[in-house]
Design a protein around this ligand. Structure first.
Ligand code: P6P
Length: 341
């Protein structure tokens, strides 16, 4: 009989789900457990960020042209080291590395999986103590085991993901992941150093009252997005519109709130950025997988399901609309009036 104070840990839940998982002989479970270990190491560093010289820029710039924060580099190195140690992965595509990182040791050459990750998303918020996150996505490789992984192993549609998740370093540190058997959340209990089960089979409300978008870009939004925002802000004769605008500028934090409460996150295309800002492989696809597994939807605003977009580049950007099913549908309704015919 389990003592009532001891909730199920991440490892226990993974093993439970493992038995229902078609083809993982423990590798996937081991991989998720190693991701959790790296997350604890990064979490510890983030929690002390204000006290040690680890915040602020690292005086260089990543492929996105964004100033790399010291914690970005620390997180990237920590996740790569921890995941490589499993020997299960053939390589990694990371926001912080221009090219794919190939693991060519004997063990990893036979690794069955590849991983895409944003090691510390929203890192520009670190210095102002706003929640940040790690986002990851796992695929089975398509190139033959025993060889080095190749770029095509990473350029798979999001529907091919075998697992995806994020860690949110917020008022508490949580891991939310899916292996296609629903979306499950865990909360780190620092007193025992374990991620403990919080919610299984999360369900995001079909409707919500929150919209999350950087309205500073309003002038450059497509007509359909402007129409949707006016719809949200319009005061209805009978009742005030119930919508609230909530935007923290950290994808994981904005998405996590909307996943729990219902809502929509939008990073649409603009005249100056027709592909939007967010990256398909290690931001949009994993978040889309989690959203869909919780009953939500994710599109590019032009009627295309995010997880069906065929990637052409590991750092490819796509417009991103994700959240409560009926809210995404409403955006698509407004946008469809102006689809290029
Ligand atoms: P903007 C953080 O840099 C990030 O990649 C996401 O976490 C976040 O949703 C978005 O960019 C914020 O972008 O242009 O609104 O500052």
């Amino acid at each position: 009989m389990r003592p009532s104070y001891h909730p199920l840990t991440l490892n226990e839940v993974i093993i439970q789900q493992q038995s229902a998982f078609p083809y993982a002989k423990g590798e996937l479970s081991q991989l998720l457990s190693h991701i959790a270990v790296a997350a604890k190491v990064v979490n510890k560093k983030i929690n002390k960020a204000g006290l040690v010289d680890i915040t602020g820029g690292a005086d260089n710039v990543n492929i996105q042209g964004e100033a790399q924060q010291k914690l970005d580099i620390f997180a990237n190195n920590t996740f790569i080291a921890s995941i490589k140690a499993t020997g299960i992965l053939g390589g990694i595509a990371s926001e912080e590395d221009d090219e794919i990182v190939i693991f060519d040791d004997d063990l990893s050459l036979n690794g069955k999986y590849v991983l895409c990750m944003d090691p510390l998303d929203g890192s520009s918020n670190i210095d102002v103590n706003v929640s940040v996150g790690t986002i990851f996505s796992i695929y089975r490789r398509i190139s033959p085991p025993g060889t080095k992984v190749v770029i095509d192993d990473f350029l798979q549609e999001g529907t091919k993901q075998v697992a995806a998740g994020y860690i949110i370093y917020g008022s508490s540190t949580m891991m939310v992941y899916t292996t296609g058997l629903g979306t499950t959340s865990f909360t780190l209990d620092p007193s025992i150093g374990e991620f403990c089960l919080t919610e299984k089979f999360m369900e995001t409300p079909e409707d919500g009252k929150i919209y999350s978008i950087n309205e500073g870009n309003y002038a450059k939004f497509p007509r359909g997005i402007k129409d949707y925002l006016k719809y949200c802000q319009k005061v209805d004769e009978k009742t005030n519109r119930p919508y609230s605008s909530r935007y923290i500028g950290s994808l994981v934090a904005d998405f996590h709130r909307n996943l729990m409460k219902g809502g929509i996150f939008l990073y649409p295309k603009t005249e100056s950025n027709p592909k939007g800002k967010l990256r398909l492989l290690y931001e949009c696809n994993p978040i889309a997988f989690l959203a869909e597994q919780a009953g939500g939807t994710a599109t590019d605003g032009d009627g295309n399901r995010i997880m069906e977009i065929k990637p052409t580049d590991i750092h490819q950007r796509v417009p991103f609309i994700v959240g409560s099913k009926n809210m995404v549908r409403k955006v698509e309704e407004f946008m469809s009036k102006y689809y290029e015919k």
